[in-house]
Design a protein. Structure first.
Length: 251
């Protein structure tokens, strides 16, 4: 990592630290996701980061973050260098505004869907799509979407030793029922997650939220998502848009 100058810490979490950095030779501003040594001791964590780098390297799309490099620090800490996105996450937008107008939301949805279509065409599942890893920036145009965090991505035709049969991977509120209970799944798991993201973006709430993980999963498996009018009475939505969102949650 000697060729990069760290500028700031962007985020920290269970899977490492993300830094804003500058490439000293080109002055390009990038984001570096680093797996600290205490996490790098677990080979499955290293494999996940390698998988993210491999997945992103195959996904050259305007609405998917670009990867530039993968390597190891002098302390043998693996890192991935990706495009730095100057903007805010959809999660931050929803925390501030609660919900997004239809006129603004639909162009965001089109970009998210196109990103996932491209990933699926390249036989890659995201498996953890949620507002937290959907960035909205004003470059190169206003409300341009970048999908991040393919850290739990899966090559559809590739057996992954790091994902054991029955292992639950992803964020429960946004995962498909099949993911939640450890059953086999396919591209439809991402379609389901897109549906949850669209539902929350338009109404301000996720379609299923129980008191705990078990009750949330039970709702997903046994109940239809509430109609928009029952969640935000008095607000009108195009019928076709609501039907598309609810159809995504039926897959």
């Amino acid at each position: 990592m000697n060729q990069y100058e760290v500028i700031d810490v962007i985020a920290t979490g269970g899977m490492g630290v993300v830094y804003k950095a500058r490439h000293t030779l080109t002055d390009r501003i990038v984001a570096i996701k680093l797996l600290p040594s205490e996490l790098a001791r677990d080979v499955s964590n290293v494999d996940r980061l390698k998988l993210e780098a491999k997945a992103l390297a195959q996904l050259n799309h305007p609405n998917i973050v670009t990867t530039f490099d993968f390597g190891f620090s002098s302390l043998q800490e693996p890192f991935i260098v990706i495009e730095y996105v100057d903007g805010e996450s959809l999660k931050e937008i929803l925390e501030r505004d609660v919900m997004v107008s239809v006129d603004r939301a639909v162009p965001l949805f089109v970009q998210i869907v196109d990103a996932m279509r491209f990933a699926h065409t390249n036989k890659i599942l995201h498996r953890d799509l949620k507002p937290h890893n959907i960035m909205v920036t004003n470059t190169p145009q206003i409300d341009h979407v970048k999908v991040l965090d393919f850290g739990v991505a899966k090559m559809i035709e590739e057996t992954q030793a790091i994902t054991r049969t029955g292992e639950v991977v992803g964020s429960p509120l946004y995962m498909s029922p099949e993911q939640c209970i450890g059953k086999p799944y396919d591209q439809r798991c991402d379609i389901y997650s897109v549906g949850v993201v669209m539902y929350e973006t338009l109404t301000g709430v996720v379609p299923y939220r129980g008191d705990n993980y078990i009750s949330t999963v039970h709702l997903k498996c046994s109940k239809l998502a509430p109609a928009f009018k029952d969640v935000v009475p008095g607000r009108t939505f195009p019928h076709e848009l609501e039907m598309i969102v609810l159809r995504c949650l039926e897959v």
